[in-house]
Design a protein around this ligand. Structure first.
Ligand code: UTP
Length: 273
């Protein structure tokens, strides 16, 4: 089993629910208390021992590249003024052993397409996918660390899952578990944004995945699906028959920061922590 060292952050979406702010500010740079949303996802990946971060960005997203780059003028200024605490904060956005790569998705053709844009960086290794707008306060450890434990134990791809009301399943990828009371849940099938009456369960996939290279291969010839977009869920669905996927009902609290309500709740939660 190859170790998990690489993570993809698809951040090329338009963020239309936060217009007009997202006209010039990437959604992922909106702050939850004092840190941009993307920082929480990066910290979670780094905590799990991931050392190669691949950001799939788009137009109007340059602030993300700048954020993870060094800032020599600012650092020199802070140093000259003796502001050591602020200097440490600026320098520790990313630990020195972690490498960042940036690739552009020219058109937002869907999450699956965004992941495929990172294929050359992944090769034949396992990889994590983290959607920063799903902000998860994992307990006692970060969700990616929880998932890595399961990946090591089962040697299977791992999807973070959560039970949602049936009235909500149309917003998510939903798994068909092989057996409801076996943990982690073996995945027998998966479907993107089903109607409540067609949903195989109410176990929804949230924005954390540990995937194997066969999914990247499947994405290479994946046809557009729901909403005319190339869906990551559809590529996973084509690989599921191998029996190589499990669902992890993560421990922690998730905030859907792609929605205004979730974003406000996250600010309350982290602000009062
Ligand atoms: P969403 O559909 O939730 O995000 O995609 P969005 O498009 O940015 O936001 P709204 O719906 O217009 O408000 C989920 C994740 O997939 C990424 C997004 O950046 C987000 O992290 N994504 C989606 C891409 O990187 N590329 C795409 O083509 C689509």
């Amino acid at each position: 089993m190859k170790p998990l060292k690489k993570a993809i952050f698809p951040v090329a979406g338009l963020g239309t629910r936060f217009l007009p702010a997202t006209k010039s500010i990437p959604k992922e740079m909106l702050t939850v208390v004092d840190r941009p949303l993307i920082q929480y996802a990066v910290d979670e990946a780094v905590e799990a021992g991931i050392d190669t971060l691949i950001f799939v960005t788009g137009r109007s997203k340059r602030a993300i590249d700048d954020y993870f780059d060094r800032s020599p003028e600012l650092e020199a200024e802070l140093e000259a003024k003796g502001k050591t605490e602020a200097l440490e904060i600026v320098r520790n956005v990313i630990p020195s052993h972690v490498k960042c790569f940036f690739v552009r998705q020219s058109h937002p053709l869907g999450l699956g397409h965004a992941v495929l844009c990172a294929a050359d960086f992944i090769g034949d290794e396992p990889f994590a996918v983290l959607l920063p707008d799903d902000l998860i306060d994992g307990t006692p450890k970060g969700v990616m660390t929880q998932m890595l434990d399961i990946y090591r134990r089962t040697e299977k791809a791992v999807l973070a899952i959560e039970e949602v009301p049936l009235s909500e399943v149309h917003k998510y990828g939903v798994i068909k578990p092989k057996n409801q009371d076996q943990y982690p849940l073996e995945v027998a099938g998966i479907i993107e944004k089903p109607k409540a009456e067609d949903a195989p369960s109410n176990w929804s996939v949230v924005g954390r995945y540990i995937l194997t290279p066969d999914v990247m291969e499947a994405l290479k010839n994946q046809e557009p699906g729901t909403g005319g977009e190339i869906q990551l869920t559809d590529a996973i669905a084509r690989c599921v028959s191998s029996g190589g996927f499990v669902g992890h009902p993560f421990h922690g609290r998730r905030f859907d920061c792609g929605s205004k309500r979730g974003f406000l709740e996250a600010n309350m939660h982290y602000g009062l922590k």
